[in-house]
Design a protein around this ligand. Structure first.
Ligand code: MN
Length: 498
């Protein structure tokens, strides 16, 4: 299902269309930097992970990190993109106090990855294909620390030279919601690939958002770029504020100036940072210290051969092989760890029972999505911190499937497992929760409830059959949920019919 044209924004002069393109800087999950052997570990003491290359010491030469190149190719393949067998590193010249060489090594006219496509899942269940313009490799800058001293700014070069993949989308996004969904999907794909940890709080994934508005069908308007947005929520808020700002300005007869803006999470507003520079202002030229990067098709194919199953393929397989609903499949594949957990759970259930595949898939999905994710969400815990392992959960599922415990009892046992980390079988024995299906044992309970409630018996015999649920409820309560409801129903009907 492809999404319909998103809702237009209303202004005083009519409706406006929102045009959004994103530049995402994704830090390569690499232990060392793009052109030096210095460590990239997060959180180290300032300036302890800096090589002479990173400080642009005279005479130092960059050496390309093969691992980072592999990750860029891997990411390009995961984005269904063309891999350019020849790419070139350029110097992008500008002054930043935390950029010692006075230039950033980046790729300009010949990036390592060309056009690709990302399928974005929208909250209403529809999908939208978003074009990727390019992905290029570049170095990160260091960090200026303005809050360490009242009068001085400190510089930390630990981040200087860390490898980034800049992933540029086409201006295909039409709402704040789509922009958020795109970043989430991109992050999911990167995490499946293992090429970037996607941690927005630590800055491993940062978004620059280009926003413009136009009357439907009109040429593209002037865009503003909002820099370094570091959460999906802020991204959506920034787009909402900025589009409204531009519409209001245009409707008041003011022109939009092309500029770089900052989003302030405290006020929810964007504000002007600097007028936008053009590419020629950077005086790009090929870095004379680095040869063009040439890859063989065999190299690319060997990386293609090592790609994991990606979320879209996994979702389709869950729907087909496990008969899981589209909604549940989407939720399960949204994080690689969740999908891994679920698959381990299904495999463990198959090992413990005689059923498999489409016969158990949806029920297993319900348990994981409703019970487990529900409990984890309440505690704001990730799946990796689940107190119940996939195998332990399968133990519970098997007890439910073979009738040892009832569905409602299974929910109670789940809660106990979640709270204590105990195995299902141990809890069932300890608390005597085994479902009683033995007719003899249940008959006594049925007789007692009939004897204790003459008024309801009269009602039932008078034709009010709904009273049956009252009797079932009484017996379930008396048996603490262990009575088999199907057997009780049958016994009750038999006895009350007399
Ligand atoms: Mn960049």
């Amino acid at each position: 299902m492809t999404s319909p044209t998103p809702a237009l924004l209303k202004g005083e002069t009519g409706e406006w269309e929102l045009i959004i393109g994103l530049e995402v800087h994704a830090q390569v999950s690499s232990q060392s930097k793009l052109f030096s052997g210095a460590s990239t570990e997060f959180g180290a003491e300032p300036n302890t992970q800096v090589s002479l290359v990173d400080t642009a010491f005279p005479g130092m030469l960059p050496v390309i990190n093969d691992y980072c190149v592999q990750q860029a190719v891997r990411t390009g393949l995961g984005l269904n993109a063309r891999i350019n067998l020849r790419s070139v590193f350029d110097r992008k010249n500008y002054f930043y106090p935390d950029l010692p060489p006075g230039y950033q090594i980046s790729q300009y006219k010949q990036p390592i990855v060309g056009e690709g496509i990302v399928t974005v899942d929208l909250p209403d269940g529809s999908v939208r294909e978003v074009g990727i313009e390019r992905l290029h490799l570049e170095q990160d800058a260091g960090k200026s620390l303005h809050d360490q001293h009242p009068k001085l700014t400190y510089v930390d070069l630990n981040r200087a030279g860390v490898a980034l993949m800049e992933i540029v989308s086409k201006p295909d996004l039409r709402s704040a919601e789509e922009a958020g969904a795109y970043v989430k999907k991109l992050r999911t794909i990167l995490r499946y690939l293992g090429t970037c940890d996607g941690n927005m709080e630590q800055g491993s994934l940062r978004c620059d958002v280009n926003v413009s508005v136009r009357k439907p069908g009109a040429p593209l308007g002037t865009r503003c770029e909002i820099k370094n947005v570091n959460s999906v929520r802020f991204l959506q808020q920034a787009v909402e504020f900025e589009s409204r700002r531009q519409i209001d300005a245009l409707e008041a007869g003011r022109a939009i100036k092309q500029e770089t803006r900052l989003y302030d999470a405290n006020t929810g507003e964007t504000r002007s940072m600097r007028s936008k520079e053009e590419a020629h202002d950077y005086r790009y030229f090929p870095d004379p210290d680095l040869l063009p990067l040439e890859l063989s098709q065999d190299y690319v194919e060997s990386i293609r051969g090592s790609l994991p199953e990606l979320p879209d393929a996994k979702r389709a397989r869950f729907e087909k092989d496990l008969a899981i609903s589209h909604y549940h499949a989407r939720v399960l594949v949204a994080e690689k760890e969740s999908a891994d957990y679920f698959e381990a759970f299904v495999a463990a259930v198959e090992k413990r029972t005689t059923k498999s595949g489409r016969d158990i898939g949806q029920d297993c999905a319900n348990v994981v999505v409703t019970e487990l994710f529900g409990a984890l969400n309440k505690d704001a815990k990730p799946i990796e911190a689940s107190p119940i392992t996939p195998d332990a959960l399968a133990g519970l599922q098997a007890l439910k499937m073979d009738g040892t415990i009832s569905g409602p009892t299974a929910k109670k046992v789940f809660e106990e497992m979640y709270a204590t980390g105990k195995q299902a079988a141990a809890i069932v024995e300890e608390k005597g929760l085994r479902q009683v299906s033995d007719t003899g044992a249940l008959e006594a309970m049925v007789d007692k409830v009939i004897a204790d409630n003459p008024k309801q018996v009269e009602q039932y015999r008078g034709g009010k059959e709904t009273v049956l649920t009252f009797f079932v409820g009484q017996i379930m309560k008396a048996s603490r949920g262990t009575a088999n409801p199907a057997v009780i129903n049958e016994l009750l009907k038999k006895k009350l019919a007399r």
